[in-house]
Write a protein that binds this ligand. Structure first.
Ligand code: DGT
Ligand code: CA
Ligand code: CA
Ligand code: ZN
Length: 576
C-alpha cells in the first residue's frame, strides 16, 4: 500500500530530470535523478517507512536525494521540484511526456520554433516550420505526429495498473480513518478496462458527511471539485486522476453498485428489458408498480430480471445480456484458477530477482510452477544469455527443483529475428523445457513480413507460446502491423498459445483480441513478463483482460495442472 509513495517520488524525480535536462543542466545530475527514479520503482521496501539514514543506505541514493525523499514523505512536497516547475512554462513539461519527444528536442522546438505547448507544436508542424530545424527530418516529424495522437488518445485516462492501486489505497485509508460498513470501487475500474477515465467509489456509512469530509482531506488529494453530504469529488496529486465517492443508503447499495459499474450501454439495455417486464431499475433499486422489490444486493437486479449474474468485466452489451437471459453465459477464467506464471525474467537477463527468490515468491502466490524465461543474446540491451550462462542456469534450476515448492521450468524468451528465424539454433532450443518467442525489433516492418515472422515462430516445434503478440505499449507505442487472423489460424493449427501479457502497460493481447482468439479456439497463456518480484501480482490485470475477452478456463494453459502443461509442451516436440 505504502509503495504508492515510492511511485509518487519516482514520478517527481523523472520530471525533475526532464526539466533539468531541458534547462541544459549537466548530464550526470540529470542521470542521477533518472536512476533514482528507477531504483524507487523497483524498491520492494516502502520509503515512507524509512528514515533518512536508511534511505541513504539504498545503493544509488545519496545524501541529497535521501533528504528530498524524506522531505516528500514528511511534507508531501519537494521544494526544489516546486521551484523547477516555476522556471519553465507548464505546457513545456507536458510536451516532454509525448512519446518520441525528449527534453533535448523540446528545447530546440522551444528556442527555435516558439513551441511552448501541444497547440503551438501542432501549429508549427502544420506550417512546416520544424523542417528547418537541426535533427528534424520528415520521418522524425511523422513520429512526433504519431506521438501527439497517442498522447491525446490517453489524455485524461489512466492505465488500470496505476488506477487500481490508487483506488485500493484510498479505500484502505477510508476504512481505517472513518466508520463505513461497506466500500467498493465501481465504474470502468471494476470492469477492468485497460484505462479508466476516473475512479468511482461507493460506500455505506452511518454518517455520510463525516466520510466525505475525511475523503476530501486525504493527503493525496490535490483539488476538491465537490464536497457535499453524500458525494465528494477530488483530483489526486501527480496522477491528476479524478475520484468520485458516493455514500448511498444501505438498502440501495446493490442497485447503486450495478448502476455505477456500467457500462452505460449495458445499463441502457438492461433498462429496456426491465421495461418489457413491467419493471423499473435505477441506482436506488428495482421497482414494480412503484413498489421497491430489490436493490440491497447487486445480484437481485439480475435475478429479478430473470437472468444469470453477469460478471462486471462482461458488461459491455456485446451479447452478454442475451446469453444471461437464456442461461447460457460461458464460464470465464478466474484468478483462483491460475496455477503458474509462464513468463518471468531473472537476474540471468534483465530481471532483478534470483531464481530462488522467484521460486519463493511463486510459492507465496500459491503456484505449482513458474517458467524462468530470460532473453536470448540478440536482446543485448536486455542482457541476453550466452551458451555458457545457459549451462550454469540449467544446473542451478535442476538443483533448486530438488527442493520442495513450485517447479521451475528452464525457459527462454527467444527473439524472432527480422528474417523470421529464431535467435537460438535448434541445438540450443532443445535444451530448454519451455520456449516463449517474441518480437523486439523491426517494429515498422510491413504487415506481411511481420505476419510471416510470427508464423515461422509458430511453426517451430520448440516454440510453445508467442509473447505480447502485437507489441503495443499503452499510450506509448501503437501495435505493429500484423494479420492476427492468420496468426490465430496457425496457432490453432499447431496448437500453440498466444500470451495475454499482464504488465499493465502491455495488456497484449487486449480484450477484443483475446475474444477473437477464443473464437478461433486458440490456447492462451496469461503471464506477467515480471522483471521484478513486485510484478508477479500483476497477474490480476491479465486475468481481468482475459475475463473481458470471455476466455474460458480450459483454454488457459497456466490454469492447468503441471502434468497436463508438460504433456502439451511435449506434444509440440513429437518426432524431435
Ligand atoms: P470511464 O470513467 O470513462 O473509464 O468509464 P465509466 O464506465 O466508469 O463511466 P463514468 O465514470 O462516466 O460512469 C460510471 C458508470 O455510471 C457508468 O459505467 C454507467 C453509469 N452511468 C453514468 N452515466 C450514465 C448515464 O447517463 N446513463 C446510464 N444508464 N448510466 C450512466
Ligand atoms: Ca469511471
Ligand atoms: Ca465517474
Ligand atoms: Zn519478457
Amino acid at each position: 500500500m505504502g509503495r504508492m509513495t515510492n511511485r509518487e517520488v519516482a514520478e517527481i524525480f523523472d520530471r525533475m530530470a526532464n526539466i533539468l535536462e531541458f534547462q541544459g543542466e549537466m548530464q550526470f545530475k540529470v542521470n542521477a535523478y533518472r536512476k533514482a527514479a528507477q531504483i524507487l520503482k523497483d524498491l520492494a521496501r516502502d520509503i515512507s517507512e524509512m528514515d533518512e539514514k536508511e534511505l541513504m543506505s539504498i545503493p544509488g541514493i545519496g545524501e541529497k536525494l535521501a533528504r528530498k525523499i524524506h522531505e516528500y514523505v514528511t511534507t508531501g512536497k519537494i521544494r526544489k521540484y516546486e521551484e523547477l516547475k516555476r522556471e519553465v512554462p507548464p505546457g513545456v513539461i507536458d510536451l516532454m511526456e509525448i512519446p518520441g519527444l525528449g527534453p533535448k528536442t523540446v528545447r530546440i522546438l522551444y528556442e527555435k520554433a516558439g513551441v511552448k505547448d501541444i497547440d503551438t507544436l501542432k501549429k508549427a508542424i502544420d506550417e512546416g516550420r520544424l523542417l528547418n530545424l537541426p535533427r528534424m527530418g520528415p520521418r522524425t516529424i511523422e513520429k512526433i505526429k504519431k506521438g501527439i495522437q497517442l498522447f491525446e488518445s490517453m489524455k485524461g485516462r489512466t492505465p488500470i495498473g496505476e488506477a487500481l492501486p490508487l483506488a485500493e489505497t484510498i479505500i484502505e485509508s477510508i476504512k481505517n480513518g472513518v466508520e463505513v460498513s461497506k466500500i467498493m470501487y465501481a465504474g470502468s475500474l471494476r470492469r477492468f478496462k485497460e484505462t479508466v477515465g476516473d475512479i468511482d467509489i461507493l460506500a455505506i456509512a452511518p454518517d455520510g458527511r463525516k466520510v466525505i469530509d475525511f475523503f476530501v482531506s486525504l493527503p493525496m488529494v490535490e483539488d476538491v471539485l465537490a464536497h457535499g453530504d453524500t458525494k465528494g469529488s477530488v483530483i489526486l496529486k501527480d496522477s491528476k486522476i479524478q475520484v468520485d465517492l458516493r455514500v448511498v443508503p444501505e438498502d440501495s447499495f446493490g442497485a447503486a453498485l450495478q448502476y455505477f459499474t456500467g457500462s452505460k450501454q449495458h445499463n441502457i439495455h438492461l433498462r429496456t428489458i426491465a421495461r418489457e417486464k413491467g419493471l423499473k431499475i435505477s441506482e436506488y433499486g428495482i421497482f414494480k408498480g412503484g413498489q421497491k422489490i430489490g436493490g440491497k444486493e447487486e445480484r437481485e437486479i439480475y435475478e429479478i430480471l430473470g437472468m444469470q449474474f453477469i460478471p462486471p468485466e462482461m458488461r459491455e452489451d456485446t451479447g452478454e445480456i442475451e446469453l444471461a437471459l437464456a442461461g447460457m453465459l460461458p464460464a470465464i477464467i478466474d484468478i483462483k484458477d491460475i496455477r503458474g506464471d509462464l513468463h518471468v525474467h531473472s537476474k540471468y537477463s534483465d530481471g532483478t530477482a534470483t531464481i530462488q527468490e522467484i521460486k519463493e515468491a511463486a510459492a507465496r502466490m500459491g503456484y505449482q510452477y513458474v517458467a524462468i524465461t530470460d532473453h536470448s543474446p540478440s536482446q543485448r540491451i536486455a542482457h541476453g544469455l550466452d551458451v555458457d550462462a545457459l549451462k550454469r542456469k540449467k544446473e542451478e534450476i535442476e538443483k533448486i527443483n530438488r527442493t520442495p515448492g513450485p517447479r521451475i521450468l528452464f525457459g527462454t524468451e527467444v527473439d524472432i529475428l527480422r528474417d523470421g528465424t529464431l535467435d537460438y539454433p535448434e541445438e540450443v532450443l532443445k535444451e530448454f523445457d519451455f520456449v516463449v518467442a517474441s518480437i523486439h525489433s523491426g517494429f515498422n516492418d510491413p504487415e506481411d513480413v511481420m505476419t510471416r515472422r510470427i508464423i515461422s515462430a509458430i511453426e517451430n516445434p520448440y516454440v510453445d507460446i508467442i509473447a505480447h503478440p502485437t507489441g503495443r505499449l499503452i499510450g506509448e507505442r501503437e501495435p505493429y502491423r500484423v494479420d492476427l487472423d492468420k496468426v490465430m489460424e496457425y496457432a490453432r493449427k499447431y496448437d500453440k498459445a498466444l500470451e495475454i501479457n499482464s504488465y499493465y502497460k502491455r495488456l497484449d493481447l487486449n480484450d477484443l483480441n483475446s475474444r477473437k482468439a477464443v473464437s478461433y479456439g486458440v490456447k492462451i497463456s496469461i503471464a506477467t513478463d515480471a522483471h521484478h518480484l513486485d510484478h508477479l501480482p500483476y497477474m490480476r490485470f491479465g486475468v481481468g483482460i482475459a475475463r473481458r475477452g470471455w476466455v474460458p478456463p480450459d483454454l488457459v494453459v497456466n490454469s492447468w495442472e503441471y502434468d497436463k502443461l508438460i504433456d502439451w509442451i511435449k506434444s509440440h516436440r513429437k518426432g524431435k
